[in-house]
Design a protein around this ligand. Structure first.
Ligand code: HEC
Length: 133
């Protein structure tokens, strides 16, 4: 009896894991370069994770200003400040004051793409199976 019970729990744990992986965005179409960035497998899967180039650059560079109570006059920003589409707009239009002021120039084009991938992947609506592409 007990064994069957554990079996049922394991079954649901596996289903839940599968669903959460399925819910995360698998790819991102980058309007600027016109490329499709695969985010659920291969090297970009690593780079768009919190410990990859994208996640680390966001924390080290963007969050050096965009923290709570910063003295740079920057609003608090974190992954879920915007939707996946919203983050894509930020990087495509480059209308943010810091981008216009040249602050982003300390990052390479590749690094910016990876920060975009990271934010797209962990955005406020990214885990919603119905919304993410
Ligand atoms: C040197 C400090 C600094 C750095 C580094 C910086 N920003 Fe900013 N950012 C600002 C300031 C100042 C503003 C203008 C005030 C505001 O709207 O937050 C701004 C504005 C923005 C905005 C518009 C505000 C909003 O809520 O939509 C976004 C988006 C943004 N930054 C994203 C980023 C990203 C992404 C990075 C890293 C690639 C970054 N910033 C790095 C200082 C910085």
């Amino acid at each position: 009896m007990k064994r069957a019970y554990i079996g049922v729990i394991c079954f649901f744990a596996v289903v839940a894991t599968a669903l959460s992986v399925y819910g995360a965005p698998a790819k991102r179409l980058d309007a600027k370069t016109g490329t499709c960035r695969i985010l659920n497998t291969g090297s970009l899967e690593w780079e768009s994770s919190p410990w990859g180039e994208g996640g680390r650059t966001f924390k080290q560079v963007c969050k050096s200003c965009h923290t709570r109570d910063n003295t740079e006059g920057a609003t608090f920003l974190w992954e879920e400040s915007k939707t996946s589409r919203g983050w894509n707009m930020v990087f495509t239009k480059m209308r943010a004051k810091c981008a216009r002021d040249g602050v982003w120039e300390r990052l390479s084009d590749d690094q910016l793409l990876m920060v975009n991938d990271y934010l797209y992947r962990w955005a406020s609506d990214a885990m919603d199976i119905n919304d993410s592409a």
